[in-house]
Ligand binder design. Structure first.
Ligand SMILES: Nc1ncnc2c1ncn2[C@@H]1O[C@H](COP(=O)(O)OP(=O)(O)O)[C@@H](O)[C@H]1O
Ligand SMILES: [Mg+2]
Length: 312
């Protein structure tokens, strides 16, 4: 049927549903009825405003949301349970619209396991945003379990917001360790800085290794490391290309001696956003969230973005 081929048949095949290719211009934020999730919504609303993206606010309710019954009391209970989440959705959607006039906001209540639903729904979003804690917060507890599961399993960037609305420092920080995964984080950070008109601080924290063979071996093995030249080069290589792509972004690149978690915690106290790769050089391929990321979700003083590499 060569001659019968219609023009339409020659159009390229539809793009496969691969993350990065089917990205939708939407920021997903998960909420329960807590204050932290309101902070997450406001942060996400501003970010969506900067990107001209839609804000999708999702409240995940239990499986009871889908209960069907001929018993009116069951349905009444279901309605009553659902109402709490719906009220929260209406409240935060109004707050988001007030914060960013003209923002397109979509709300949704979905049944299921909260983190699983958020990870699934966020797979093609620009990013997934959660609060650091929720209604289940325990005094002195580390980051909440939904938040932790989302940043661990997210495909693409996930942001944890502790609180929002403090001082603006005009700075986005990114942790660089020379790993491949950090490249996605660096791209995300440049974009975030450019969107905010902020400076980008790229930090390579370097912990002096303890020479196993005693001090005598130190000078031989670590000489180049000690004067920082190896790290400076690594940092420069990691940033290469982006400076040209984002000429508007002022970059401060620093090699800082010290334990990464301690250094980054300090950096986070003076930044509007801290960006990390999901795992670093020390992490193996299947590792979903490296040790620095795990520690920083509990310690960051500012919103923390964990950027998972696309194929994850
Ligand atoms: N049922 C839910 N639906 C959607 N998002 C949720 C839900 N529960 C928690 N989240 C999100 O995760 C964040 C952290 O909550 P969570 O991890 O449950 O902490 P906690 O253990 O303190 O309740 C919340 O601020 C919210 O952004
Ligand atoms: Mg909770």
């Amino acid at each position: 049927m060569r001659h019968g081929t219609k023009v339409l048949d020659r159009s390229p095949p539809a793009l496969p549903n691969v993350q990065g290719m089917s990205e939708i211009n939407e920021i997903l934020v998960g909420i329960d009825e807590s204050e932290q999730s309101t902070a997450a919504v406001l942060w996400a609303a501003e970010e969506a405003g900067r990107r001209g993206a839609t804000l999708r606010i999702v409240n995940v309710a239990g499986p009871w949301l889908e209960w069907e019954s001929s018993d009116a009391r069951v349905l009444e209970a279901r309605e009553w349970l659902a109402r709490g989440g719906q009220n929260a959705l209406e409240r935060v959607a109004a707050a988001a619209r007030e914060r960013v006039p003209g923002l397109e906001v979509v709300t949704e209540q979905a049944p299921g396991q909260p983190a699983g639903v958020l990870v699934e729904r966020g797979a093609n979003a620009l990013m997934t945003v959660v609060g650091s804690h929720g209604v289940g917060r325990l005094a002195g507890a580390l980051v909440g379990s939904v938040a932790f599961q989302v940043v661990t399993h997210a495909r693409g960037p996930a942001v944890v917001v502790q609180h929002h609305g403090g001082a603006a420092y005009g700075e986005v920080a990114v942790a660089v360790d020379g790993s491949e995964v950090a490249a996605a984080a660096i791209d995300f950070a440049f974009e975030a800085a450019s969107l905010r008109g902020a400076r980008l601080r790229a930090v390579l924290a370097w912990e002096e290794p303890m020479p196993l063979g005693g001090a005598a071996l130190g000078p031989i093995i670590y000489e180049a490391y000690e004067d920082g030249s190896v790290q400076e080069r690594e940092l420069a290589e990691a940033l290469a290309g982006r400076r040209e792509r984002y000429p508007d972004v002022e970059v401060v690149a620093e090699v800082v001696p010290g334990r990464p978690v301690r250094v980054l915690t300090g950096v986070s106290a003076r930044a509007d956003l801290l960006v990390l790769g999901s795992r670093g050089r020390g992490g193996f391929k299947g590792l979903l969230l490296g040790s620095v990321g795990q520690a920083m979700v509990n310690r960051s003083h500012c919103p923390l973005a964990i950027v998972h590499p696309p194929q994850n």
